[in-house]
Write a protein that binds this ligand. Structure first.
Ligand code: GLV
Length: 326
């Protein structure tokens, strides 16, 4: 019997490709070239599964053009590249890669907060440019981290990981806002207090965004929200581009309406708003919050195991729309 055919849309670990090849005919994007949507659709013909990375948009038009497709397995916890309603309507399963990246991503969120508050990249650029000629009492003086108020917008697993680091490691006062309030036991573990969004913005010394990107969270932080924040506050986005209005943020940073920002995700990435590239008080990283080799390996294996579990036994590990299994 011939093996089912699948497509791996981006280059991934060779070991994971080999594992998939034991059970599937695998076409994969070895060169990691950016496939256009047309090329992706052409390569998906005859494929029952696709391994995606968050960069590939799966929507009704693509599904209509790829009628054999049964599962899209994302190597990302976020799945805003999936139109889940369209997938469910077409009977196509979506899976994501949660949990395995939680602690690594929380580490990075905290690192970005620290780098932003303590002006690490700005001061390194100054040093590399040969501008460091003397000690000064206020040279790159930044914002305090320990003992300050950590505000978290989006309190899922990663948000909770950041809260724990702040509360237990740095003695921070933790406030959070979320669609739903955490169970009292989780709030106690995170030492976090639930507040409304306005209070969160007003009280934040450091505001970290960890919420999913949806139609409702589009530009959840724009000029009006930034205006509510302290001029000394920092903003960190490790969630998704589009949650922050990058143009409004760049203008606020330039006018020092907030002190600094740390951004791992961008509207329209990998393009970055040109104004963000010219303001000094921003730390910019290329969407790497989950990027350690063990974590990326675990994410790739989870996506692969979802393909294997579903296509061989109809038992995916982390289904997003389990109703299609019924
Ligand atoms: C990364 O951004 C992810 O969603 O896993």
């Amino acid at each position: 019997m011939s093996k089912p055919a699948i497509l791996v849309a981006r280059a991934i670990f060779p070991q994971v490709i080999e594992k998939l090849q034991q059970h599937f005919e695998v076409e994969h994007n070895q060169a990691d070239a950016s496939w256009s949507r047309e090329e992706l659709i052409a390569r998906l013909q005859g494929k029952v599964g696709v391994f995606t990375t968050g960069s590939e948009r799966i929507d009704a038009a693509l599904l209509a053009a790829c009628p054999q497709l049964k599962i899209c397995a994302n190597m990302a916890v976020g799945f805003n590249n999936f139109d889940l309603a369209a997938m469910t309507a077409a009977g196509v399963l979506g899976t994501n890669a949660p949990d395995v990246l939680t602690e690594t991503t929380a580490d990075f969120g905290f690192a970005l907060l620290m780098a932003t508050a303590r002006r690490m990249t700005e001061s390194e650029h100054f040093l590399r440019a040969g501008q460091w000629t003397k000690w000064s009492y206020d040279l790159f003086a930044g914002a305090e981290v320990h003992g300050s108020t950590l505000a978290i917008l989006g309190m899922g697993r990663i948000g909770q990981g950041i809260a724990r680091r702040g509360a237990h490691g740095f003695g921070m006062k933790v406030l959070y806002h979320n669609r739903s309030r955490l169970a009292p036991q989780l709030e106690a573990e995170c030492k976090a207090r639930y507040v409304g969004k306005d209070e969160l913005l007003r009280e934040a010394d450091h505001l970290v965004l960890v919420l999913p990107y949806t139609a409702e969270s589009h530009h959840a932080i724009g000029a009006a929200e930034i205006a509510q924040m302290k001029p000394t506050a920092t903003l960190v986005n490790i969630a998704r581009g589009g949650i922050v209005d990058d143009a409004a943020l760049a203008q606020a940073l330039r006018e020092r309406r907030i002190a600094a920002a740390g951004l791992d995700v961008f509207e329209g990435e990998p393009k970055v708003h040109p104004d963000l590239l010219t303001v000094p008080n921003v730390v910019l990283t290329p969407h790497i919050a989950s990027a350690t080799i063990p974590t990326r390996m675990a994410m790739a294996n989870l996506a692969a195991d979802n393909l294997l579990g579903f296509l061989l036994q109809r038992k995916p590990l982390t289904p997003l729309n389990p109703e299609v299994l019924a």
